[in-house]
Write a protein that binds this ligand. Structure first.
Ligand code: PMP
Length: 374
């Protein structure tokens, strides 16, 4: 194929073209050093500048205060499912989870290996087609974990969860003496898609391969006082302090993915930061949901107030028509629209780097498909 096509893959996913071009140019000879980007030492000056620059740009984009550490980890978001309870769940306390989808469920199941888990809310009964609203914390919560965007069914928290009885953000609730119940977020599929008030969170993590860069690196932003309370004796690579105390350079980090994430962060800053990317993401999502809602042929999966701006899911009248739709879409230059194997249907993932023209083109394709098959 000569040309790049519209990439609706859920992750690994589309990256900004200027970033890919810069990576290509530096693969063989990074900025005139005579070494390719993958061939340089992680202890050398050039890579030090890359990782420190990436951290500085992330801090600037999200206004991350000094009392938070930024960590570049490996093992994907799935490894965070274990690291969070290993570091944060204390004896006699409970790990609280909001179950808004399969990833949240997996995270809670992993926490169950390390201590007591409390289900603070769930929308499993509704097939995860809405964000759970009624949240009840356990008596002694170590933390409250939620997944900001449900990649599979296509629902999203449009703001941080609150405990309805008090209307107080969970992160502000005093719990067990002086300590507060930190809010922990798996932001893998909507990180940096909109501004975020970092100070409301104790810990945020995100695998890179949707909005941030290639697979292989996981970003973690964590409040430093939380690290002071982590238990001693954790396996070295499962202990957040190993990363925070060594600038994520205790062992060899994934240098190429970190370099690419750094370029994506620079791209975000250049286009106008998180306010601008939020505007673009809202525009794309609104176009596609309008296209779905005005047709009687396509049916959105998720209820209106819970709809994701990253993963837009819909059904056609039959599975046979869905299979035809995916095939015809592939033939017309739209890749990755098949829904997750566990739920079926159609899923259009429109992460940060996905262009608005691609959404417009998909809407035209959908209208034409409906005209011929509807
Ligand atoms: N959490 C969410 C919300 C995800 O979408 C995914 C992957 N699609 C994961 C966790 C697991 O990520 P990883 O494959 O990086 O372990």
């Amino acid at each position: 194929m000569e040309e790049r096509i519209y990439n609706f893959n859920p992750g690994p996913a589309v990256l900004p073209l200027p970033v890919l071009e810069e990576v290509r140019d530096n693969l063989l000879n990074y900025q005139g050093t005579g070494l390719g980007i993958m061939e340089m030492s992680h202890r050398g000056g050039a890579f030090k500048k890359i990782i420190e620059g990436a951290e500085a740009d992330l801090r600037s984009l999200l206004s991350i205060p000094e009392n938070y550490a930024v960590i570049f980890a490996t093992g994907g978001a799935t490894n965070q499912f274990s690291m969070v309870p290993m570091n944060l769940l204390r004896p006699g306390e409970q790990a609280n989870y909001i179950i808004s989808g399969s990833w949240a469920k997996k995270a809670s199941e992993e926490a169950g290996k390390f201590g007591e888990v409390h289900l603070a809310a769930s929308s499993k009964e509704e097939g995860f087609k809405r964000i759970p609203r009624e949240i009840s914390l356990s008596a002694q919560p170590s933390y409250l974990h939620f997944t900001s965007n449900n990649t599979i069914v296509g629902s999203q928290f449009l703001s941080e969860p609150v405990v309805p009885a008090t209307d107080v953000p969970v992160s502000d609730l005093p719990v067990s003496g002086a300590c507060r119940c930190p809010l922990v977020c798996d932001a893998s599929s909507d990180a940096l898609s909109r501004p975020l008030d970092v100070v409301k969170y104790g810990l945020i993590y995100a695998g890179a391969q949707k909005n941030l860069g290639p697979a292989g690196v996981t970003l973690v932003v964590v409040r430093k006082d939380i690290l002071e309370r982590c238990p001693a004796g954790l396996p070295v690579m499962m202990d957040y302090r190993t990363y925070s105390e060594h600038g994520s350079l205790y062992n060899t980090p994934p240098t190429l993915p970190i370099y690419v994430v750094g370029l994506v962060l620079k791209w975000l800053l250049k286009i106008g930061g998180l306010a601008e990317i939020k505007r673009r993401n809202e525009e794309k999502a609104a176009l596609l949901y309008e296209c779905i809602d005005r047709s009687g042929f396509y049916q959105a999966v998720v209820e209106k107030e819970s709809r994701s701006r990253m993963n837009i899911t819909f059904r056609l009248p039959s599975e046979d028509l869905e299979a035809q739709f995916v095939k015809a879409a592939e033939g017309s230059g739209f890749s990755g629209l098949k829904g997750h194997r566990s739920v079926g249907g159609i899923r259009a993932s429109v992460y940060n780097a996905f262009p608005c023209e691609g959404v417009r083109a998909l809407c035209s394709f959908m209208e034409e498909f409906e005209r011929t098959k509807g």
